[in-house]
Design a protein around this ligand. Structure first.
Ligand code: TEU
Length: 567
């Protein structure tokens, strides 16, 4: 990869969740006009790519991840004129635009599904997964669903459509029916749509749950039950839809049909829950022509027991084992994506750092240093660059996220204690990531002149972009330096990775080496000070390239991070 490393190996991606980024028309919901207004923030930060979460027409049951028209802009977010302006303005500033591609499922309001559900003999009936009730059972009765799979958003993955007496499959919400990728017409329609966006000027796609498009279906159309999930009547169907039998075939076909000939300038990212490092190596091997990198979920599953609603403390040694395995597994073939959070995850500083007033700034910058010095392409989720934290939710009425709301209903109906359910949601709900970006210290944080769709975090009085922009010691300033460091140093982008201190529960350390240059990175993920001479003797006389605390001395202070150049 040395001579002609692809451009995205030294790039940093910034994710915009438009609904929560910046409102320009006072309806309390962020929009494209808002993104346009804040482009200088992105250029100041120095990021290379903007990944835009969905802005297509949508009933917004899952905030745009339920699309009813793949070739439009939802009026909620603006117009095509604004979209084209966004592409042009990004390109003018040397940045690229990556669209969110949600093609495992559509909205139930998509015309394809409307046609599909209209009758059993509809022309597009086989564009989705329709099945009769389980043999010997009556449609609509509990347990009559064609398989026992549990949906990601609680309850069964099957919804009965009374008009035709058959069930349709939805791995996510009941208004998000899964497309049938076995059908070549579906695939061709999607590829045509993708080409249309590329022709319009976009620079690639972040592909939503793309490892779920191939279902393990028998020649007779049979789908199999999964192992029962303890405490429920439902089963885990993931063996039937994660990295299914035709997944590589479909992605290679997509590459041929959509990207071939122009892929060098593009970025393609597959979001792949449950993907293993061995699979990721196949997906991202350039010789196989599938995707450039994948979003894996291993490190964001280390602090839970079974599912996200049963959190447990993270052990640093588990994180090291996981990150270390991914760094090693993709060292010679393939490429990593690096992220702490996004619109589906709680805020990084609250989850992996220490968001108490004394350590919030230091832990946010420490985490950033750790991640950005790994080999792979770092992703910054809006607000992370100023250390935005989880929201102090106190009751169920404050949540808007379909996953959270459904979970509360299902868990309490099953007899779980509402206060316990709520406390897990306060920690893990996706709405933590979706409160408005905090631009200044005004009442709605500069996000909107109206009433924000999710409340602004009360800590915006202190934690906001305006306050940090002028402060050289801020989280924002540190992100700027980290991004510049990657751009300026081949060793940050491409150097070999070696994990150190494997068994240490509070300090994370590694080296990066390339062409005779070696960086030593050491991060204290705790409140305990550690004398460096005992811990890592070579660090003592090394030159400091970048640190997150002033006046570095012989002791590695709480949440201190250092990037050192070894002689
Ligand atoms: O998320 C995929 C996914 O696996 C999520 O359901 C994730 O497991 C969950 O949010 C964690 O609790 C993608 C999108 O990023 C997400 O916003 C969508 O809701 C989902 O797909 C369906 O499109």
């Amino acid at each position: 990869m040395s001579q002609q490393a692809p451009w995205w190996t030294s790039a940093v991606v910034y994710q915009v969740y438009p609904r929560s980024f910046q409102d320009s028309d006072g309806d309390g919901i962020g929009d494209l006009g808002g993104v346009l207004r804040r482009l200088d923030h992105l250029s100041d930060l120095g990021v290379d790519v903007l990944w835009l979460s969905p802005v297509y027409p949508s009933p917004q049951a899952d905030n745009g991840y339920d699309i009813s028209d793949y070739q439009g802009i939802d009026p909620l977010f603006g117009t095509f004129e604004q979209f084209d302006e966004l592409v042009a303005e990004l390109h003018r500033r040397g940045m690229r635009l990556v669209m969110d591609l949600v093609v495992n499922h559509t909205s139930d309001e998509h015309p394809w599904f409307q046609e599909s559900r209209s009758s059993r003999s509809a022309a597009k009936r086989h564009w989705y997964w329709w099945r009769p009730p389980r043999q010997g059972m009556t449609a609509g009765h509990p347990g009559a669903e064609p398989t026992n799979w549990q949906s990601f958003f609680s309850g069964p993955t099957w919804e009965l459509d009374p008009a035709t007496g058959e069930y349709y499959l939805h791995l996510f919400g009941r208004t998000q029916p899964d497309l049938n990728w076995e059908n070549p017409e579906v695939r061709q329609a999607i590829y045509a749509m993708m080409r249309w966006w590329l022709d319009r000027g976009v620079d690639g796609f972040r592909m939503d749950v793309i490892d779920m498009i191939s279902k393990d279906v028998g020649p007779d159309g049979v789908l199999h039950d999964g192992p029962q999930i303890a405490g429920t009547a439902l089963g885990d169907g993931s063996a039937s839809y994660l990295c299914g039998p035709r997944i590589h075939e479909f992605l290679q076909e997509m590459h041929r049909e959509v990207f071939a000939g122009r892929d060098a300038a593009l970025l393609t990212v597959g979001e792949m829950p449950g993907v293993t490092v061995e699979q990721a190596r196949l997906f991202t091997d350039p010789a196989r022509a599938e995707v450039d990198m994948v979003f894996q979920f291993e490190h964001v599953a280390l602090d839970m027991v079974g599912d996200k609603w049963h959190p447990k403390p993270l052990r640093l040694t588990d994180l090291k084992a996981s990150f270390g395995r991914w760094q090693a597994g993709l060292a010679d073939v393939g490429w990593n994506s690096l992220y702490w959070d996004n619109h589906d995850q709680p805020r990084a500083v609250s989850r992996f750092g220490d968001d108490s007033p004394a350590y919030r700034r230091d832990s946010a910058t420490c985490l950033a240093t750790l991640l950005h010095l790994h080999r792979g392409t770092p992703y910054v989720y809006q607000g992370e660059e100023i250390g935005m934290a989880n929201y102090p939710f106190t009751n169920i009425q404050q949540f808007r996220d379909v996953e959270s709301i459904n979970h509360f209903a299902a868990a309490t109906a099953a007899g779980e204690d509402p206060a316990t359910v709520l406390s897990a949601m306060r920690r893990m709900s996706r709405d933590n990531a979706r409160t408005p970006v905090q631009w200044d210290d005004s009442p709605s944080a500069g996000f909107t002149s109206g009433k924000p769709w999710l409340p602004v975090n009360p800590d915006s009085v202190q934690w906001n972009v305006a306050a940090q922009r002028a402060d050289d010691g801020s989280v924002l300033a540190h992100y700027r330096r980290l991004i510049a460091l990657r751009h300026a140093n081949d060793v940050v982008a491409l150097g070999d990775f070696t994990m150190l201190l494997h068994d240490h529960e509070e300090v994370y350390a590694f080296t990066r080496c390339r062409d005779g240059a070696t960086l030593l990175v050491v991060c204290n993920l705790s409140r305990t000070p550690y004398p460096l001479p005992d811990l890592l003797p070579p660090a003592v006389d090394a030159e400091l390239v970048l640190g997150n605390l002033p006046d570095a001395g012989p002791t590695l202070r709480p949440w201190e991070a250092r990037v050192l150049r070894l002689p």
